[in-house]
Design a protein around this ligand. Structure first.
Ligand code: HEM
Length: 236
């Protein structure tokens, strides 16, 4: 029957929506944890190597790379399914806004930039995850199997700072707008209103962008680790 088919399609779409939203939420929360992990370089190479070793000894880093990479690909595949249909719709909204000489439809502009940044994150993030997979699973880079500051610093300073800077900007924009859209879509914190949600989103964006930029400058050797005085046992 036609109605049963329509209900099945609607159910399937809902399941896809829940999975793409759920994987997006997990990845955004992971990126906050990732900032803390890579941020250990702010204490110096001692802090970075100590934390990396703990995550490897307790077998946390290895499965995390595999799980995050899998979630990353599932999220991209499910989120991409809506792009062709929605793109035309959103462009129409933006044109309409301009024709009426009012502001361009902001939510549609945000959506288009989320698609653009998502594509860049997919390419650069995949490259980064493959690199880290090689680090934690093989002895190919560095002196042993695992993440080492000597390898991370050397490759960022050799030129990886540039793709990492682009990845940082795109991932922070994509994640903060994604969290805002999830909150609006599922009605979480709806009592706060869209304006306040946008302010919270902007605060999260600039906080993590600023923190990520300082971390990248330390990895690139442009500035010394600002929290080196906290390391009592080792060289900064
Ligand atoms: C389990 C998975 C991951 C691990 C173990 C990991 C680990 C690391 C490490 C060790 C660095 C230092 C530079 C290097 O060694 O190349 C780094 C930097 C970076 N990572 Fe990841 N990463 C993971 C996932 C991701 C994902 C999914 C993204 C975004 C799509 C990402 C974005 C970045 C960025 C932008 C930097 C530059 C430093 C900054 O300013 O934050 N990472 N990561």
């Amino acid at each position: 029957m036609k109605t049963t088919g329509a209900i099945d399609t609607a159910k399937r779409q809902l399941v896809y929506e829940v999975i793409s939203g759920g994987t997006g939420l997990i990845l955004a929360l992971f990126m906050w944890g990732h900032m803390m992990f890579v941020g250990s370089i702010l204490i110096g190479t001692f802090g970075f190597d100590w934390l990396a070793l703990q995550l490897e000894i307790y077998f946390i880093a290895q499965p995390t790379v595999v799980v995050i990479f899998s979630l990353f690909l599932v999220h991209a595949a499910l989120a991409a399914r809506k792009i062709p249909a929605q793109l035309e719709e959103r462009r129409k909204m933006i044109r309409l806004g301009r024709d009426l000489k009012s502001q361009a439809h902001e939510e549609s502009l945000l959506w288009i930039w989320q698609v653009r940044t998502g594509m860049i994150v997919l390419v650069l993030g995949s490259f980064h995850l493959v690199l880290l997979g090689i680090d934690v699973l093989t002895p190919l880079f560095g002196e042993r199997v695992g993440i080492e500051s000597v390898t991370s610093l050397a490759r960022v300073q050799a030129g990886l700072w540039l793709p990492y800077a682009v990845l940082l900007i795109c991932v922070e924009f994509h994640a903060s707008i994604g969290l805002y859209r999830l909150a609006v879509k599922w009605g979480v914190f709806s009592s706060l209103g869209r304006k306040t949600l946008r302010r919270i989103e902007s605060f999260i964006l600039w906080l993590f962008l600023g923190l990520g930029a300082v971390i990248l400058l330390v990895l690139a050797g442009v500035i010394p680790p600002p929290l080196a005085f906290l390391a009592t046992g080792g060289a900064a």
